[in-house]
Design a protein around this ligand. Structure first.
Ligand SMILES: Cc1cc2nc3c(=O)[nH]c(=O)nc-3n(C[C@H](O)[C@H](O)[C@H](O)COP(=O)(O)O)c2cc1C
Length: 193
């Protein structure tokens, strides 16, 4: 077996591989897992992975507080994060709970470490999803905008997970495994793919 596939028959290494994929995805914009689908009850949407903390088991995403999803992100509502990378043939389905942060210490820290280009999106003069007649009126020109004003509209979605399902496709035999946490204890199981 190729050493790249050490995880193939090991639950422990499958979990480690998953965590390594997520860690890499935070800074690697070419990774499929950098822009996974966040599925909240009302709708799925693509979001950029900004932080992964495997010890505290959370993913962090940034969003506009005026967007439709905000009404669904509260009080530990159940959500999923999903992505499939066809090159490495790995699907991750992560189950957790989402919470919204605005104008707190964590939000400020994330804002201050964002680049101006990322901050700029939060200065659009209207809510994402609003019906408009002329899209050109909503184009943003950095030189004409004080990007710091966008902080008013900037929020964090913290996705705390307690279950990961890992699926790896291979012609000689697929591998599917499930990792579930109760408190800090992880249970690892193989599933029929
Ligand atoms: C590659 C890509 C990355 C995106 N990243 C984010 C993101 O990090 N946060 C976000 O709120 N929306 C992001 N979006 C836009 C969302 O998918 C969605 O269209 C938007 O948040 C409006 O959702 P809503 O009106 O249903 O709340 C991204 C879209 C794409 C295609």
């Amino acid at each position: 077996m190729n050493s790249d596939l050490d995880f193939y028959n090991s639950l422990e290494l499958s979990l480690k591989y998953t965590e390594d994929l997520l860690m890499d995805a935070v800074t690697n914009s070419k990774s499929i897992f950098h822009s996974p689908t966040l599925c909240i009850s009302d709708s799925p949407r693509t979001v950029v992975l900004r932080e992964f903390n495997k010890e505290k088991r959370f993913l962090r995403f940034h969003t506009d507080l005026r967007s439709n999803k905000i009404s669904s992100v509260n009080n530990n509502v159940v959500a999923y994060v999903h992505a499939y990378d066809p090159e490495i043939k790995v699907q991750l389905r992560i189950k957790g709970k989402v919470n919204l942060h605005k104008k707190d210490e964590r939000t400020l820290q994330a804002w201050e470490s964002s680049r101006d280009m990322s901050k700029l999106c939060y200065s659009v003069k209207g809510s994402p999803g609003q019906v408009i007649s002329d899209p050109t009126e909503y184009d943003l020109v950095k030189s004409e905008i004080d990007v710091e004003q966008g902080y008013e509209n900037f929020g964090l979605i913290i996705f705390e997970y307690d279950e990961i399902e890992f699926l790896f496709l291979k012609n000689i035999g697929h591998r599917r495994s499930k990792f579930s946490w109760i408190n800090n204890n992880v249970a690892m199981e193989w599933l029929i793919p």
